[in-house]
Ligand binder design. Structure first.
Ligand SMILES: Cc1cc2nc3c(=O)[nH]c(=O)nc-3n(C[C@H](O)[C@H](O)[C@H](O)COP(=O)(O)OP(=O)(O)OC[C@H]3O[C@@H](n4cnc5c(N)ncnc54)[C@H](O)[C@@H]3O)c2cc1C
Length: 446
């Protein structure tokens, strides 16, 4: 149930260290992973706890100012001008209860911290590919993790959430309430989540890594076809994805990928027989690199080796209802290094397994079979020119978009939820945030 904790404090905003444009520290607070959007709020509140967040939200509500939230800056929806920005990066405590197999995670915590805190107990969270991503926002958007097909979405493992809603009140939210259902899936639009309690899974090691081909030697469409056919044969709990990445020829990159169009399959499997299961993939063509191995879970970030330096990117995704090889191969044709004229990354995640299980939250499109993600480092206008026609190819088999992979290239709200989910989210939104204070996020408010 949703309960209102007694007001944590009647702290006023004037008691907080507030930052305005030009103040020392203002730019530091705004710096983040995504550098493609200019952020220039009138007021930044570097929150240290719930009382600070509540004071910031009350201040904004009294003046009807929009409230933005930033933890790490990986998923900023777009540029910001004016209003109030709550920066949560100082709220970075994580604690593990090994007996209960749970972790309490504050709003500014990154996944790498949770993995490190859980690892000594032989436990793991349902984190994603990059350790630098914020745990809370990732989970509010569903959270498609390294072990997704075995355990489902990260949102499916949340025990409770603490949130400051648009009325400035701190609420403890548990399963059974409308707000619990809405936050886990549609979560960026209802308030500032200050902390969450999540379930951990007993995973110490896994078989995984990446098997890469040179896309100029082996036709990417051939790897794609082999990948999809292979997914039909794998155990239900095995998680995998396909990626096509044209790496620039820059010294910062490892020599084996530098300047190459790398087409790879990434695998994570906690069951037996890893080598036997991936054997058909190893026969697809001349292998460029092969990092498939038994590894401690703490090394799971090496499976995808996402970039860890700030940069500009725009992108979107399509959840497919059914597989269409010609359409997805067509996407590769349009976004490949020669065709696009700009760096475009295409990823195809195998869905199903535990992701298809119903859960008491608003994560949509559980019937999806594959998720196609595209992003580009081209500027925003060029990004639309490249990506829109590519997504058009997928339109006949597309169910919708995934909120976690909407990176500023498309409309804010369209297609993120099916009609029934959207209607229920809108009803809950109108009760908890009637003035639409939290309108700077992806989600139900469009
Ligand atoms: C390199 C990279 C790898 C990724 N890998 C995965 C992956 O494997 N699986 C996956 O599912 N997603 C993945 N994502 C997407 C990621 O989960 C989302 O972009 C997520 O929103 C990032 O959260 P953040 O806190 O890091 O970023 P931020 O930009 O700080 O936050 C993003 C948005 O979330 C909202 N928000 C932030 N904190 C709160 C809060 N406390 N309460 C309410 N709303 C809040 C705000 O609207 C904010 O604009 C990846 C993204 C990148 C860039």
């Amino acid at each position: 149930m949703t309960s209102m904790t007694s007001m944590t404090s009647s702290r006023h905003l004037t008691e907080l260290p507030l930052l305005r444009p030009g103040d020392p520290g203002y730019d530091d607070e705004l710096a983040g992973f995504q550098t493609g959007f200019a952020q220039r709020p009138d007021l930044v509140v570097p929150a240290r706890g719930t009382a600070d967040v509540a004071a910031a939200v009350r201040y904004a509500a009294e003046r009807r100012l929009p409230v933005g939230i930033k933890a790490t800056g990986h998923g900023l929806p777009g540029p910001v001008d004016g209003g109030v920005l709550v920066s949560t990066r100082h709220m970075d405590r994580v604690s593990v209860d090994p007996e209960a197999r749970t972790a309490r995670v504050q709003a500014g915590v990154r996944w790498g911290q949770v993995v490190a805190a859980a690892e000594p107990y032989g436990l793991a969270p349902l984190n994603g590919s990059a350790p630098s991503v914020g745990a809370v926002s990732y989970t509010l958007g569903g959270g498609l993790g390294v072990l997704a097909r075995e355990f489902g979405y990260a949102a499916d493992h949340v025990r409770s959430l603490d949130i400051v809603t648009a009325d400035g009140r701190a609420r403890h939210v548990t399963p059974g309430s409308d707000l619990y259902w809405a936050l886990l899936g549609g979560g960026h639009a209802f308030g500032v989540v200050t902390e969450m309690e999540i379930g951990l899974v007993p995973v110490r090691t896994l078989y995984g890594g990446s098997l890469a081909f040179d896309g100029r030697d082996v036709d990417p469409a051939v790897v794609l076809r082999a990948y999809e056919e292979w997914t039909r044969t794998v155990p239900d709990g095995l998680t995998s994805s396909f990626a096509a990445v044209p790496y620039p020829d820059i010294p910062a990159l490892p020599p084996h990928v530098r300047g190459r169009y790398v087409v790879s399959v990434r695998v994570a499997h906690t069951g037996p027989d890893g080598d036997r299961i991936v054997a058909p993939l190893r026969r697809v063509g001349a292998v460029l690199s092969d990092s498939l191995r038994e590894m401690p879970y703490a090394e799971s970030h090496t499976i995808h080796s996402d970039p860890d330096f700030p940069h500009a990117y725009y992108g979107d995704s399509a959840v497919l209802g059914e597989w269409d090889l010609d359409a997805v191969a067509g996407v590769l044709g349009r976004t490949g290094p020669e065709a696009a004229g700009a760096m475009c990354v295409v990823q195809v995640n195998h869905l199903g397994g535990a992701l298809a299980r119903p859960a008491p939250n608003s994560v949509p499109y559980r019937e999806g079979t594959f998720l196609v993600r595209m992003l580009t480092m081209a500027d925003r206008e060029r990004a639309r020119e490249i990506l829109d026609p590519a997504f058009e190819l997928l339109a006949p088999v597309t169910l919708g978009r995934a909120v976690n992979f909407a990176f500023g290239a498309g409309d804010r709200g369209a297609g993120l939820y099916d009609a029934t989910t959207r209607e229920r989210l809108a009803g809950i939104k109108s009760r908890y945030d009637p003035a639409n204070l939290f309108r700077r996020n992806y989600g139900v408010s469009g």
